[in-house]
Design a binder for this molecule. Structure first.
Ligand SMILES: NC(=O)c1ccc[n+]([C@@H]2O[C@H](COP(=O)([O-])OP(=O)(O)OC[C@H]3O[C@@H](n4cnc5c(N)ncnc54)[C@H](OP(=O)(O)O)[C@@H]3O)[C@@H](O)[C@H]2O)c1
Length: 396
């Protein structure tokens, strides 16, 4: 990963702060990770820029946790459906503390901790977001734990309760049940009294069983035969992020009245060609199935749908993430942090997330945390040496 030490933009210490917000952030340098084009993880760049000042209706968040989502794995391949042109700062979501408030924002927000869904821009030490997009994180929940359930928790909650509208006693199939979205989905479903059949690699089966899920290996050549065997009457919903030809089999698993919730095309992440073609083909298929008189439903879930009515969108998102955070605070949802890695080592984080060897979300934390941790480790080592010397002197 290339470290770019130039400080872009004029550092704010050289300018007279024009607003209270600018004054609060003056003199601070922000770290950002940049995706410059279609690159391997090593091609990610680290740059240092002047900390941005929040404008009207905005706050500046000092990032405490952000993370690697599947979206960034697609974006670095140029495969995310509507990614911005390169170069850009990726980062689908973050948890941070309000470091400064812009005009028109309640100054009492300063110092409080919030989550925000950003799609891009989260892989930075300081991020400006609209105050209306903030969702408060309960005090008892750590930033890393909360981070695992921002995009994942909203997606899982909304697909389960708003799109599929499952009821207690229903049976559902969740593909990729150990993934970020998948593990949130299965836990929320179990909490709602739903029976869950989940596909995952074998190494994740024990954990899935512990969550009350019936696991099936997605590499089984007769995967759909096995799934049908477990629910011969059909299921109330199938959650499919894989796409491709398998989506036909997912639809066939449904009982009358059941709903296919398609929400990704993970199977084409590494395929050559257009990023839009597999999605458009999927949309066409779902539209056709919905039009047929077969009493089954097929939807594509898009977390950004409905943004044209921004107030309603924000209210929904805030309410749903609030419910997820409340369950997290009550200990009813188990967050899965695969690793905490300093922001400037985002390349390592990306490689780890893509390795398929870890369970849960790879979380990026501020670089200072690493420095603090190192200092603590040094202090512990010094303390240990001192104790060792004392023990030696006292003959213990
Ligand atoms: N539409 C939306 O609004 C929206 C929002 C959020 C996320 N998403 C989508 O949700 C998906 C999951 O995201 P994430 O961040 O949760 O990813 P993640 O943590 O990397 O999890 C991906 C999961 O998929 C499994 N998997 C990979 N290939 C598979 C296959 N062929 N069949 C079945 N499972 C397979 C993986 O299993 P192993 O670890 O065993 O390989 C893993 O459990 C992505 O496609 C993402 O784009 C969509």
């Amino acid at each position: 990963m290339r470290e770019n030490h130039t400080i872009e933009n004029q550092p704010m210490e050289n300018t007279a702060p024009a607003t209270a917000a600018a004054a609060a952030t003056a003199g601070t340098v922000a770290t950002q990770v940049v995706l410059p084009g279609v690159v391997e993880p090593d091609g990610l760049q680290v740059r240092h820029v002047a900390v941005p000042a929040p404008g009207q209706g905005e706050v500046l968040l000092a990032m405490e946790a952000t993370g690697v989502s599947f979206a960034e794995q697609q974006m670095r391949r140029g495969k995310y459906y509507d990614q911005p042109p390169f170069p850009f700062v990726p980062g689908y979501d973050l948890v941070g503390r309000v470091a400064a408030t812009g005009e028109g924002v309640d100054p009492a927000l300063a110092g409080r901790r919030f989550a925000a869904l950003t799609k891009t821009g989260g892989w930075a030490s300081h991020v400006v977001v609209a105050a209306a997009d903030l969702v408060e994180v309960p005090d008892s929940v750590s930033s890393a734990d909360a981070e695992t359930l921002v995009v994942n928790g909203i997606t899982a909650w909304q697909m389960l309760h708003r799109t599929a509208e499952v009821d207690a006693g229903d049976t559902i199939v969740v593909l990729g049940a150990n993934g970020g979205v998948g593990s949130a989905l299965v836990q929320l479903a179990r909490f709602a009294g739903v029976r869950v059949i989940g596909t995952a690699s074998r190494r994740h089966h024990d954990r899935l069983r512990a969550l009350g899920v019936t696991p099936v290996d997605y590499r089984d050549p007769d995967l759909y035969g096995r799934l049908r065997g477990l629910a011969p009457q059909g299921v109330a919903a199938v959650f499919d992020h894989v796409g491709g030809e398998g989506v036909v089999d997912s639809f066939r698993l449904l009982a009358p009245g059941g709903t296919l919730v398609s929400y990704g095309t993970a199977s084409t992440r590494d395929a050559a060609g257009s990023s839009k073609a597999p999605v458009l083909k999927l949309f066409a298929r779902l539209a056709l199935w919905n039009a047929l008189p077969n009493s089954r439903h097929a939807h594509f879930f898009n977390i950004w749908a409905g943004r044209r009515r921004l107030d309603a969108f924000r209210a929904r998102l805030g309410a749903d993430l609030g419910q997820v955070f409340a369950l997290l605070a009550e200990g009813r949802l188990e967050p899965q942090v695969a690793a905490r890695i300093p922001l400037s080592r985002a390349a390592d984080a990306m490689r780890l997330a893509e390795s398929g060897t870890v369970a849960g979300k790879v979380v990026l934390v501020p670089d200072e945390v690493r420095e603090e941790a190192r200092e603590e480790a040094r202090e512990e080592a010094r303390e240990g040496t001192r104790e060792g010397a004392r023990d030696g002197q006292s003959g213990r």
